[in-house]
Design a protein around this ligand. Sequence first.
Ligand SMILES: Cc1cc2nc3c(=O)[nH]c(=O)nc-3n(C[C@H](O)[C@H](O)[C@H](O)COP(=O)(O)OP(=O)(O)OC[C@H]3O[C@@H](n4cnc5c(N)ncnc54)[C@H](O)[C@@H]3O)c2cc1C
Length: 217
Amino acid sequence: MTDFPTTDRNQVRRMPTRASYDATTIYPIIDEALICHVGFVEDGQPFVIPTIHARMDNTIVLHGAKASRLLKHAATGAPLCITCTLVDGLVLARSVFHHSMNYRSAVLFGRGRLASTTEEKWAALETITEHVMPGRWADARQPNEIEMNATSVILVDIEEATAKVRTGPPGDDEEDYALPIWAGVLPTPMIPQPPVDDPRLNEGIDVPGYVDAYWRK
Ligand SMILES: Cc1cc2nc3c(=O)[nH]c(=O)nc-3n(C[C@H](O)[C@H](O)[C@H](O)COP(=O)(O)OP(=O)(O)OC[C@H]3O[C@@H](n4cnc5c(N)ncnc54)[C@H](O)[C@@H]3O)c2cc1C
C-alpha cells in the first residue's frame, strides 16, 4: 500500500501534524466506518448525502435505488468527495475553548461510474453486505433478478485521500491546569447491544454467532 499524492485538493492545512496520506491509515478508517457521506454539486447546489459504503481495494462501492439522485449523479462521472468519520472520544478541557473530540476521519476524492456487468454488481453487493455484517451474505437470501435490476451500483476509484486523526488528552492553556475543574476524555466506542429478535421470527432460530460476536473493528 502506498501514499496517496498530496495535491491542492487534499493537503491538510489546519493541524497538518494530524494528517496522513497513507493507505495503511486511511483504509482502516473507511473499513471501520459503518456509513460515509457523499458530497457532490449539482447545478451549483452542494448536497452531502449519508449512505452505506464498502471498499474493494482502492475503490469505494455505493448502492441504492436506480431512482436515487446521488447514484444517478455519481454515474455521470462528476467529481465526488466522500468522508468517513469515527468519533473515539469526547475531549473535555478545563476551558470551553479547548474542548474537542478524538477522532479518525478520512476525506476521499474520486469520480463514480456505474457497475456495468452483473459480476461487478454482485461482487459489490456482497462486499457492502459483508462490510456491514461479516458473515451475512452467505446466510441471508441473496438478491434475485428483480432486486438486482432495481439496484444501481457505483464504483468510485480513490484518486486522492487524506486521514486526520486526533488522539490523547485535552490541551489546555498552561495557566488553566491549576483550575479545580475535571478534565479528560470520555471514550465513546461503538458497542453493539444484545440482538432483538424480529417479532415474526420463526421458532427455533437462534441468533447467528456472527451477530452475537459483532464488533466494528
Ligand atoms: C469528529 C470531528 C470533529 C471536528 N470538530 C471540529 C470543530 O468543531 N471545529 C473545527 O474547526 N474543526 C473540527 N474538526 C476538524 C475538521 O474536520 C477540519 O479538519 C478543520 O475544520 C479544518 O478545516 P479546513 O477546511 O480549514 O481544512 P483544510 O486543512 O484546509 O483542508 C484541506 C484538505 O485537508 C483534508 N481534510 C481536512 N479536514 C479533514 C478531516 N477532518 N479528515 C480528513 N481529511 C481532512 C481534505 O482533503 C481537505 O480538502 C473536526 C473533525 C472531526 C472528525
